[in-house]
Design a binder for this molecule. Structure first.
Ligand code: PEP
Ligand code: MG
Length: 780
């Protein structure tokens, strides 16, 4: 049978294929593996005997068979066709779908001996494009002679389009692998004009405009675009002559009034999301808006005959110049406040009632970049998805998207220029695509996919209040990684059993100065109280590397991840560090609290930390301030040296937090935020699993608590392996928790242990992945 009933008798077929292809993108690690998985999946879902992928070679004139399900495997890399040669080459040349019965009797058919092609009686070729450039051809062949319907070809075109995205993205990531195995396969064409790590945009065969980006949080959403413009247009403000001075003064007064009200509103929002202290900055803004000197300068310029916007432009520019020249970083920072005030005031002067962050409707937020303060003030309920133009893997927008559990793409080049406000979008943050004003067929597919995903979400919600329990009764703890106060609600909504990692640097990224002890105490207390009795692990500042505080002077380093970061900075700034420890100890009286030190790499560091805890306690005692005296103290194990030292560290601390995000990058020498080495950053590398198994053994022997708080536990394969290794406490982005509870409820720990024992003997992560995939296949 062919796949003539692809949409009619089984409407989910096309949709689930799209979804599974998305999964392949997320899970595959090498181009060849990805291509093999795709052809197998498409052939299976289409009930066709053959699915093959031909890709253009370096010179873009020869199609090479790169993967096949159904033809002889030896043909891969051997079958080559010039553009225009044979039916496959013809489809590429004509840039159109070719559907032919009895292909052998077509004069344009080209036979390759040894492929086994002669037995197939129907042939369908769909060209693949990268932007408008041909990329390759996907070919479907069936034993049965048949005609492909329009609906079938439409569904397969959508699939082929996704396949193009995968190939483009995987090809970029595969650059290094290809250098290592040049003779095995002909090398693939390097995308013209593309940089490794960048993603290109394109048009589907149906003329559909599509932008591409990197997945920050998976999911699919259809909705209108909510554009956030960076500039409110001081550059568009020019000198005007013959203005009516009275009118301009009145215009200014009205704008000042509106801006003050809006600022009060902003202050309230920030106080709700962060702390009163964080909101204080808007109080300062309010004071400036009422400042006599500021208003007089504006009046003077208007009296000289300038328009209100032009007067504002001049005044703000003078302030910015003056602040910008200041030595003191704190004062320089005030320049940003002036700019912020200026922009808001200008928007009111120009009659732009909505501020930059006032969202009119719920939709997909499109921005060049989101600033930390944006995150605090924006209305999260009105963001259904996120499209960010800048490509900052660890940017706030990414962290926020993960915490909110909304589909998000970053590095979407051209998003601001190509997307119109209010335009209908499909954000497919599984395959990394944004469809602009999609046509009815694609929209229909995605609506159904979105509906399916919503239903799945509702099903998963039923796990919220259930404990995570394996089939054979092993209890697994799932806690949340949090950063902002708004994460608390999300953590609770997803059934987190407390907080395994509170990253304290995040709330301070949104501020413009360092918080004092009381500010910190209030914030930590709020988090602890909100979790009403569930444990909260508070990690001390982990800045440096990829995380900077705007008011902290970070030196420029060639190698920041290997540099002055985290505990190293804290121990070099003992005053700041002790203040933070005191705030945590004070907050600890409000509920079960644990104190965690990051990036420990030697025993002296943890001893120095403990010494400071004793000093902090003595100081609080002196001040007669209540604090948690027997607070459990933990070390993050995220540097290979700490792994090796673990048996000794276990004698110094009460618990371990296993930071696999960093540990993997240090073990494998692969920067966690560098897309060029993403294929090297492999959580299932045998060296990583071996190291984790050793640590789990140390924790067991030393009877010390071990909680894994890296991102890897949100992947089914990894979680299965980790449970098999004997790890039973995890802390992760909260939206993943219901998923993981569902998964855990289906597996047996005993079986996972057996599989873990097997994979620990393996030397290749490819084999490990295969074994794990086989083990969990029955649960997916
Ligand atoms: C880690 O390194 O695994 C971790 C949890 O911490 P962060 O991602 O904040 O470095
Ligand atoms: Mg870390």
């Amino acid at each position: 049978m062919g796949f003539k009933n692809l949409k009619k008798s089984d409407k989910r077929l096309g949709l689930s294929t799209l979804q599974d292809i998305s999964t392949i993108i997320l899970q595959s690690h090498h181009l060849n593996e990805t291509l093999e998985n795709i052809v197998t999946l498409v052939a299976e879902r289409a009930h066709s005997e053959v699915c093959s992928l031909y890709l253009l070679d370096d010179n873009s004139d020869t199609l090479v068979l790169r993967a096949t399900c159904g033809l002889a495997p030896e043909s891969v890399g051997r079958v080559k066709l010039k553009i225009g040669e044979g039916l496959t080459g013809l489809a590429a040349q004509q840039r159109s779908i070719l559907s032919i019965e009895e292909p052998q009797s077509d004069p344009r058919y080209r036979y390759f001996a040894g492929t086994g092609e002669e037995q197939f009686h129907s042939f369908l070729a769909i060209p693949l494009f990268d932007r408008n450039e041909p990329l390759g051809v996907m070919v479907i062949q069936t034993l049965e002679r048949r005609v492909f319907t329009e609906e079938e070809t439409s569904t397969l075109s959508t699939i082929a389009f996704q396949v193009s995205s995968i190939v483009v993205n995987a090809r970029l990531l595969d650059t290094i692998d290809r250098q290592q195995e040049p003779s095995e396969h002909p090398s693939l064409p390097a995308a013209e004009g593309s940089q490794p790590g960048s993603f290109r945009n394109s048009t589907t065969p149906g003329g559909q405009t599509v932008l591409r980006g990197k997945v920050a949080y998976p999911g699919v959403i259809v909705g209108p675009a909510n554009l956030i413009n960076d500039e409110l247009g001081f550059s568009d403000v020019h000198a005007e002559y013959d203005v009516n001075i009275e009118q301009e003064l009145a215009r200014l007064d009205e704008a000042l009034r509106k801006t003050r009200i809006a600022t009060l509103y902003l202050e309230k929002r920030v106080a709700e999301r962060l702390t009163q202290a964080d909101a204080a900055i808007f109080h300062t803004h309010l004071m400036i808006l009422e400042d006599r000197g500021f208003i007089e300068k504006l009046h003077e310029l208007i009296d000289e005959g300038h328009s209100a916007p032009y007067a504002l432009k001049k005044v703000i520019r003078n302030y910015l110049e003056a602040f910008g020249k200041m030595e003191d970083a704190y004062l320089r920072e005030r320049a940003a406040d002036m700019e912020d005030i200026g922009r808001r005031l200008l928007s009111h002067l120009l009659g732009q009632k909505s501020g930059r962050l006032h969202l009119q409707h719920t939709g997909i937020l499109v921005a060049h970049r989101l600033l930390p303060s944006d995150m605090a003030s924006i209305d999260h309920d009105k963001i259904s998805g996120l499209i960010i133009e800048s490509n900052e893997t660890n940017a706030h927008s990414v962290i926020m998207a993960k915490a909110l559990g909304i589909p998000a793409l970053i590095g979407v080049q051209g998003a601001m220029a190509r997307i119109e406000p209010g335009a209908e979008l499909i954000l497919d943050a599984n395959s990394g695509c944004v469809f602009l004003n999609p046509n009815a067929t694609i929209l229909d597919e995605y609506f159904r996919l979105e509906f399916d995903l919503t239903q799945e979400k509702e099903r998963l919600n039923t796990f919220r209040d259930k404990p995570a329990l394996t089939q054979d009764g092993q209890r697994i703890q799932l806690r949340a990684n949090i950063g902002l106060l708004s994460d608390i609600e999300i953590a609770k909504r997803n059934g987190a059993e407390g907080v395994g990692l509170y990253r304290t640097e995040f709330p301070y990224m949104a501020r413009s100065n360092f918080p004092n002890r009381d500010d910190q105490y209030q914030l930590y207390r709020k988090v602890i109280e909100e979790f009403s009795g569930a444990p909260v692990t508070i990690r001390t500042l982990d800045i440096g590397g990829d995380k900077a505080l705007p008011y902290f002077n970070h030196p420029k380093e060639d190698n920041p991840f290997m540099g002055w970061r985290s505990i190293r900075i804290s121990l070099d700034h003992k005053d700041v560090f002790q203040t933070q420890i005191e705030a945590i100890l004070m907050a600890g009286v409000h509920g079960p609290t644990r104190l965690l030190f990051p990036l420990i790499s030697n025993i002296e560091e943890i001893r120095a930390c403990r010494k400071l805890v004793v000093k902090a306690m003595a100081h609080l005692q002196e001040e007669k301030i209540e604090f948690l005296g027997d607070i459990p103290i933990g070390a993050m194990i995220e540097v290979p040296a700490a792994l090796r030292l673990a048996p000794h560290l276990a004698n110094e601390v009460d618990f371990f937090a296993l930071g696999t995000n960093d540990l993997i990058q240090y073990l494998l020498a692969a920067d966690r935020s560098n897309s060029l080495v993403q294929s090297y950053y492999d959580p299932l590398h045998p060296a990583v699993l071996g190291a984790l198994a050793d640590l789990a053994n140390v924790a067991r022997n030393k009877k010390i608590d071990l909680c894994l708080c890296g991102e890897m536990s949100s992947d089914n394969n990894c979680l299965y392996a980790l449970i098999g290794l004997g790890i039973d406490q995890f802390s992760l982005s909260a939206p993943y928790i219901p998923h993981m509870k569902d998964f855990i409820s289906k597996i047996s720990r005993e079986e996972a242990q057996g599989v873990a024992a097997e994979i620990l003997q393996m030397s290749s992560s490819k084999d490990i992945r295969k074994r794990l995939a086989r083990a969990i296949k029955k649960f997916s």
